[in-house]
Design a protein around this ligand. Structure first.
Ligand SMILES: *Cc1c(COP(=O)(O)O)cnc(C)c1O
Length: 371
């Protein structure tokens, strides 16, 4: 079986974790937290990195730091991972969905402009499968309307927009270090920002807003702390980050070459202003492909190849149609989210895939395509 995605541990992970155990620093104090945060901020080109327990927590912290809550709206893409919508709902605010650009599979800035209203407080720009959102139009909207632009870079470690790394473009950026992300800490997350006051606010919120004197709390915070052990893995991962991203890009180039010209197979986009990090190598099956997406996934599975379907659009999620308050506005068709959600799948994408495995996967797709 070629699994859809596994962590790639190339560096000093075991040594640093062993150090945590030997020195008894296994909880959320210890030197690796600070070392990891500094290294990861540097990798992104941001001034500060605040580690936390997951990418979902990172999104929630970013919204909480802006005091977003009931009555507020946050614009998000419908073609997105569920955590993006959930984080908005945790705050009591209402997600407002927009469709994606058919060319880049990421949120369409024209639709964002049309969706901005008097209650809009923030826009979450989710960089999809490693491809950055077209940020300049969003930054313009943010500036002219006083709306916060939050990146979701959970899938875009090392990706670039016009030469700037994802994680350094918006007011804040959320990252995940879940096991299938390009850099992993097992479970984990972070918010990057270059705003010192926001960084301090995020640090306070992730640790119950412990004040001075201790046990006097000015605000309701969370326990969203990362452990020293997770940060130890994160530091080792960050030391090899440039290499891990390069491996992802090489794998995508190999897939692109081997799948070129396969009828009905659309390979992942890369806009002229973008440098994708190809978190997951996604393909969209069109009408000329002889099998439907689900059937193609079953055929690949039979050949020992793990795949996953693309996101199911958020505006069609049963969980959201049940909400009593803050129910997202699901009116208006989102044809791109629906088309991608129905026709897309991603192929094995681990950084350490070898050329034989990539060829096996591409051959299997061509075989199914020829049936
Ligand atoms: C993985 C992911 C998240 C959630 O991260 P967790 O660490 O699993 O909570 C959020 N947003 C996007 C775009 C993701 O891909």
């Amino acid at each position: 079986m070629i699994p859809v995605c596994e962590p790639t541990l190339l560096g000093r992970e075991a040594e640093y974790v062993g150090d945590c155990l030997k020195t008894n620093w296994i909880s959320s104090g210890g030197k690796y937290i600070g070392l990891f945060e500094e290294a990861f901020a540097g990798f992104c080109g941001a001034k500060y990195c605040v580690s936390c327990s997951s990418g979902t927590a990172a999104l929630h912290l970013a919204l909480a730091a802006l005091e977003i809550g009931p009555g507020d709206e946050v614009i998000i893409p419908s073609f997105a991972m569920i955590a993006v919508g959930n984080a908005v709902i945790y705050t009591g605010a209402t997600p407002r969905f927009v469709d994606s650009s058919r060319e880049t599979w990421t949120m369409d800035p024209g639709q964002v402009a049309a969706a901005v209203g008097s209650r809009t407080r923030a826009i979450i720009a989710m960089h999809t499968y490693g491809h950055p959102v077209d940020m300049d139009p969003l930054l313009d909207i943010g500036e002219s309307r006083g709306i916060a632009i939050i990146e979701d870079s959970a899938e875009a470690h090392g990706a670039e927009y016009k030469g700037r790394r994802c994680g350094s473009i918006g007011l804040m950026s959320a990252f995940s270090f879940y096991g299938n992300k390009i850099l992993t800490t097992g479970e984990g997350g972070a918010v990057t920002t270059s705003d010192a006051a926001l960084a301090a606010r995020l640090r306070s919120l992730k640790n119950h807003c412990f004040g001075a004197p201790r046990f006097l709390h000015e605000d309701v915070g969370f326990n969203y702390r990362m452990t020293n052990i997770q940060a130890a893995i994160g530091l080792a991962q960050t030391e090899t980050a440039e290499k891990l991203v390069e491996m992802r890009r090489q794998n995508a180039a190999s897939y692109n070459r081997l799948l070129a010209g396969t009828p009905g197979v659309e390979t992942p986009p890369q806009a002229p202003w973008a440098k994708s990090s190809y978190w997951m190598y996604g393909v969209v099956l069109g009408p000329e492909f002889p099998a439907g997406r689900d059937q193609a996934m079953a055929e690949l599975r039979r050949r020992g190849i793990g795949t996953r379907p693309f996101f199911h659009p958020l505006h069609l999620q049963p969980a959201y149609s049940k909400l009593k308050a803050g129910r997202p506005d699901a009116s208006g068709a989102m044809p791109v989210a629906e088309e991608l959600g129905a026709g897309g799948l991603y192929l094995p994408s681990s950084s350490h895939l070898d050329s034989v495995q990539i060829k096996t996967v591409a051959d299997a797709i061509r075989e199914v395509a020829a049936q």
